[in-house]
Design a protein around this ligand. Structure first.
Ligand SMILES: [Zn+2]
Length: 288
C-alpha cells in the first residue's frame, strides 16, 4: 500500500531485473498500489523463491506463468513481506494452481487467518535459500507490525516490501502502523547499505542507500513543517494538512490526514506535543 500517486505509471508485466531477480506484476493497479504489487522470482536454478503473491486477481496467474517460463523455473516456496491483502491475497490461487507450497512470513497473531494455508514462521535473521539466492529477513515494523524486508545476500540488494517504494510514499496506517517504528526500520535498513532496492510497488531503485536517506530526510522535513504549523497556532489535523500539503492536489489531502496523524502520535509519544480529545484525528493538538 502506498500513497496515491502516479497511477498512470506503467511497467512491463514480466521483466528481468537482475541475474537473480525476475519480476511479475500483480495486475492490481490502483490508488494505493500504483501500477500493482510487484512479485519476485528469486534465484538462478530450476526452483526459485517467490516473494509476495499480489492481491489474488485472476489476471495475475497468466502473468506469473509467463515469468516462470521466462525464468525457466518452478516455485520452490513463497516468502511474504507482510500480511496486507495486496501481498498475501494471491496465496490461495497459487496453491490451487501449483499444489502445496511452503508460505513463510513473520507471524501476526490475530491477522494471519487471512492466509488459506498454515504459515511457516520466520523472523528477523531467518534465511530462506534456493540455488543462487539467500534471502535474509529483516524485521522492519512501522508500515505493518509483521513487516519483513529481505536482503538478497548474493547481491547486497533488498526486497523492501512496502517500506520503500518505487512510486509514491509509504503509508503509515492508523491501524497497525507506527511512525517511530518506521523511522527506526529505515535506519536499520541503512545499515544494510543495499546497492539496489526491489520495492513492492513501482520500478527498481538503482541507488538503495540514497533512496533510504531521501525517505529519512523527507519524513524529518515533514515533521519540522508540522511542528511549525502547530507553533503558528494551527490545532486540527485538517488545518495542518491544508498548510503543509498546500501544493498537493486535494485528492491527496484525505490520506495526508493519516500521515500527519502518525507524525503527531510519534511526537506525542516523544513528549513534544499534546492533545485535547480522545480520537487523534479529531483532537486539537498543541506543541509542548
Ligand atoms: Zn502493505
Amino acid at each position: 500500500m502506498s500513497a496515491p500517486t502516479m497511477i498512470g505509471l506503467s511497467l512491463p508485466d514480466v521483466d528481468v531485473w537482475s541475474l537473480r531477480v525476475v519480476v511479475a506484476l500483480g495486475q492490481n493497479p490502483g490508488l494505493f498500489t500504483g501500477p500493482g504489487t510487484n512479485t519476485y522470482l528469486v534465484g538462478t536454478g530450476p526452483e526459485r523463491i517467490l516473494v509476495d503473491t499480489g492481491q489474488g486477481v485472476p489476471a495475475y496467474l497468466p502473468v506469473l506463468e509467463r515469468a516462470l517460463a521466462r525464468a525457466g523455473c518452478r516455485i520452490q516456496e513463497i516468502a511474504l513481506t507482510h500480511g496486507h491483502p495486496d501481498h498475501l491475497g494471491g496465496v490461495g490461487d497459487l496453491v490451487a494452481r501449483f499444489g502445496p507450497l511452503r508460505v513463510s512470513k513473520r507471524p501476526h497473531p490475530g491477522f494471519d487467518a487471512a492466509c488459506p494455508v498454515p504459515i511457516s514462521p520466520i523472523d528477523d535473521g531467518s534465511r530462506l535459500r534456493c540455488e543462487g539466492a539467500t534471502l535474509r529477513a529483516v524485521h522492519t515494523p512501522g508500515h505493518a507490525e509483521d513487516h519483513l524486508c529481505f536482503v538478497l545476500e548474493e547481491e547486497q540488494s533488498l526486497f523492501s516490501g512496502d517500506n520503500v517504494l518505487g512510486v509514491g510514499t509509504t503509508v503509515i496506517p492508523s491501524e497497525g502502523g507506527d511512525l517511530g517504528d518506521y523511522m527506526r526500520s529505515l535506519a536499520r535498513l541503512q545499515q544494510e547499505a543495499p546497492r539496489v532496492i526491489y520495492p513492492a510497488h513501482g520500478p527498481k531503485i538503482a541507488d538503495g542507500v540514497a533512496k533510504l536517506q531521501e525517505y529519512i530526510d523527507h519524513r524529518n522535513a515533514r515533521e519540522r513543517e508540522i511542528l511549525e504549523a502547530l507553533r503558528g497556532g494551527l490545532e486540527t489535523i485538517p488545518e495542518i494538512v491544508s498548510r503543509v500539503y498546500a501544493a498537493y492536489p486535494p485528492a491527496l489531502h484525505g490520506p495526508a490526514r493519516h500521515s500527519v496523524c502518525s507524525h503527531l502520535k510519534k511526537l506525542e509519544r516523544e513528549g513534544r506535543v499534546r492533545r485535547d480529545g480522545d480520537v487523534p484525528l479529531d483532537a486539537r493538538w498543541k506543541p509542548v
